[in-house]
Design a protein around this ligand. Structure first.
Ligand SMILES: [Zn+2]
Length: 351
């Protein structure tokens, strides 16, 4: 505890120098503060380096503010100051030298401990008076199998994820039957009410609720990405997604109100979760150009704006094919991933 507090006190001292000198670079900062910090705070050489790098990263994010670190903010332990002498023992460098401590881990982490360990974050939770060690591990990523078929996934607002199999994945982990948008709408209404109130207790409640909402989004994204990856893995397919670089422009077409929701929903997080879960499972991920995926008929290939009958319905003006709009888009996305490079592009027409 003393080490953690001293580390963060040192970070605050470094932050003051970084801010007054407008100095964010690690090397420059090190020249300015290294000896003073070691002398004044009694940190080891490597701890001092870690503190400087923590301040540098925080200050780089916003140079208009002097970063402030809470007394029990996370402390970084790299391999030089942290070791694992036994399966349930960790050795951490403290102000009084190395200390070997027992630690416990959950069943999920058990299999991970055999893996090569990298950097750790030492965290302290005052509510349970417990220290946590967040350990980075190197996970083996199998070479993705060659696939001839892709599961197309359309990410949207009304439906968070729709697959080319016609499956719509909207559900969070806990409220089995609650559509994520129902839950989000509830949070949004509550937020508006609390912001209007503006009292101290309302602000406190708002903070707890927004943390809870962040957790809900993350849990839901874990759930959805896991379901998608296991569907692809079980059927020996890859996963095709729209190239996210363009997704916001495409969604603009679908309306202002939705764009607002898109920015608040963790779409980048969902995509990142799909990518890393797929990599661990050896599932190939293909990114396709999202142009026209929502306007093109997945049956005859005709492309026209009018095909997108309503938000939810796709109706082909050429062949009369009717389908759920997101499913139609997902089929196009899945198919775009397997089209050989020299094949003719999707048929497009003005309109
Ligand atoms: Zn058609």
């Amino acid at each position: 505890m003393r080490t953690l507090e001293q580390f963060n006190a040192a970070c605050n001292a470094i932050a003051a120098v970084a801010f007054t000198e407008q100095c964010a670079g690690k090397i420059d900062l090190q020249k300015l503060v290294y000896y003073d910090i070691r002398r004044n705070f009694g940190l080891s050489a490597q701890m001092t380096i870690r503190a400087i790098s923590k301040v540098s990263e925080a200050y780089k994010r916003d140079k208009t503010l002097q970063p402030h670190f809470r007394a029990h903010s996370a402390m970084v332990y790299d391999q030089r100051i942290c070791a694992f002498p036994g399966p349930d023992r960790v050795s951490l460098l403290t102000l009084d030298g190395r200390a070997v401590m027992p630690f416990r881990f959950g069943r999920y982490a058990e299999g991970m401990l055999a893996r090569k360990r990298g950097q750790c974050d030492l965290l302290y939770r005052a509510s349970s008076a417990t220290f946590f060690l967040a350990i980075t591990v190197d996970a083996p990523e199998p070479t993705p199998d060659e696939v001839s078929d892709y599961l197309g996934v359309d990410l949207g607002i009304i439906n968070i994820a729709t697959t080319s199999d016609g499956e719509i994945v909207n559900h969070g982990p806990t409220q089995i039957h609650a559509h994520v948008n129902t839950v989000r709408a509830r949070y949004s209404r509550l937020r508006a009410k609390l912001q209007q109130k503006g009292t101290k207790s309302a602000k406190r409640l708002l903070k707890t609720r927004s943390q809870r909402e962040t957790r809900f989004v993350r849990d839901t994204n874990h759930c959805i990405s896991k379901a998608l990856v296991s569907t692809a893995q079980d059927t020996a397919r890859g996963i095709a997604l729209e190239n996210l670089k363009n997704i916001r422009t495409r969604i603009t077409v679908r309306g202002k109100r939705q764009r607002r929701v898109l920015h608040s929903w963790g779409f980048f997080q969902l995509r990142a979760f799909i990518a890393y879960k797929a990599a661990l499972a050896g599932v190939r991920v293909a990114l396709v150009n999202p142009a026209y995926t929502s306007q093109t008929c997945s049956q005859c290939g005709q492309c026209a704006k009018a095909n997108r009958h309503t938000q939810a319905k796709f109706l082909c003006q050429s062949c009369g094919y009717a389908c759920h709009a997101d499913v139609n888009a997902a089929v196009n996305i899945g198919r775009a991933a397997v089209i050989p490079p020299n094949a003719a592009p999707l048929v497009t027409s003005a309109g």
